[in-house]
Design a protein around this ligand. Structure first.
Ligand SMILES: Nc1nc(=O)c2c([nH]1)NC[C@@H]1CN(c3ccc(C(=O)N[C@@H](CCC(=O)O)C(=O)O)cc3)C=[N+]21
Length: 281
């Protein structure tokens, strides 16, 4: 079994990005900038934001975090986004989710100018991705995609199954794999026989937030299994895949932690650099 080492792959990607930033700096005399907006003080959000900042610095990006208290008015956030949209030294804008209930998530996402939408959540980017045009691609599925391609460069004709249909992962992941000529199935809570569907698949991407849902007898021998889940349980953080048992049947499997998470952050940096490059043309 191949343990897909997301930590190591993310470090390799960051090194590539670091060199790219050096070249961009030499060419344009400026570096890409990422601005993260963090609302409230949820502990996990703080951790991700700190990791993002650390990685951005390592790669040589300019990074800035704007913090607001939980009670901040929606208008204040939207005006800040408008200002960042116009600011030439900002290449990418990310508003950390989830947001407090009094702030309209869709409004926030749609206020970010698509060319700086490093999350790839703006409807313009969602549409471009599904039409097969150039777009920002959401960081988590992009990271999953790069890991799958490392294991299997030719995905043409493979059966791929998304367990979970979220806008954050399942749907954009399906688009990426469709572009690679996979036959894609998207499953969800109303799917009739999830186990039978999974057993058909050469590639399983699990992102539903149910601890250890995907069992060994759901997985075809030599399937590639990507675990997007991060679930806090009594025995610590576990994914959506029963790691120990599935590792006995899968060809390749991502661990949690140390799999998809680190690649997600590296892909955010990649998206920031890509937004910068497109803005220079
Ligand atoms: N606008 C927006 N975009 C996001 O992409 C976004 C977001 N909001 N809100 C929160 C979620 C969650 N997320 C993670 C990224 C990295 C790790 C990560 O690096 N995890 C490490 C462990 C980290 C640790 O616990 O120290 C790992 O899996 O190995 C986890 C979670 C991005 N998200």
């Amino acid at each position: 079994m191949i343990l897909i080492d997301g930590k190591k792959l993310a470090a390799e990607l960051r090194e590539e990005l670091r060199l790219e930033v050096e070249e961009l700096k030499a060419k344009y005399n400026k570096v890409p900038g990422l601005t993260v907006i963090l609302i409230g003080d949820m502990a996990p959000s703080q951790i991700y934001v700190r990791n993002k900042e650390k990685s951005a610095n390592e790669v040589g990006l300019k990074s800035e975090v704007i913090k607001y208290p939980e009670e901040v008015e929606e208008k204040t956030v939207l005006e800040k986004i408008e200002e960042l949209n116009k600011n030439e030294s900002v290449s990418g804008i990310l508003v950390q989710l989830p947001l407090p209930k009094h702030i309209d998530k869709q409004k926030v996402i749609e206020t970010i100018i698509p060319s700086k939408d490093v999350d790839g959540f703006h409807p313009m980017n969602v549409g471009n991705l599904s039409s097969g045009y150039e777009s920002s691609v959401p960081c988590t599925p992009l990271g999953c995609y790069l890991m799958i391609k490392k294991i299997e460069p030719n995905l043409s004709g493979k059966k791929a199954i998304m367990v979970g249909r979220s806008n954050l992962n399942g749907k954009p992941m399906a688009q990426l794999l469709l572009k690679e000529n996979c036959t894609v199935t998207i499953t969800h809570s109303k799917t009739k026989d999830l186990k039978a569907e999974c057993l058909e698949a050469d590639i399983i991407v699990a992102a539903v937030g149910i601890p250890e849902l995907v069992k060994a007898d759901w997985v075809k021998k030599d399937a590639i299994v990507i675990d997007v889940g991060i679930n806090k349980t009594e025995k610590g953080i576990v994914g959506d895949v029963a790691f120990d048992e599935v590792s006995k049947v899968a060809k390749a499997l991502t661990p949690v932690p140390g799999g998809v998470g680190p690649m997600t952050i590296a892909c955010l940096l990649k998206n920031t650099i890509d937004c910068f490059k497109r803005s220079q043309n």
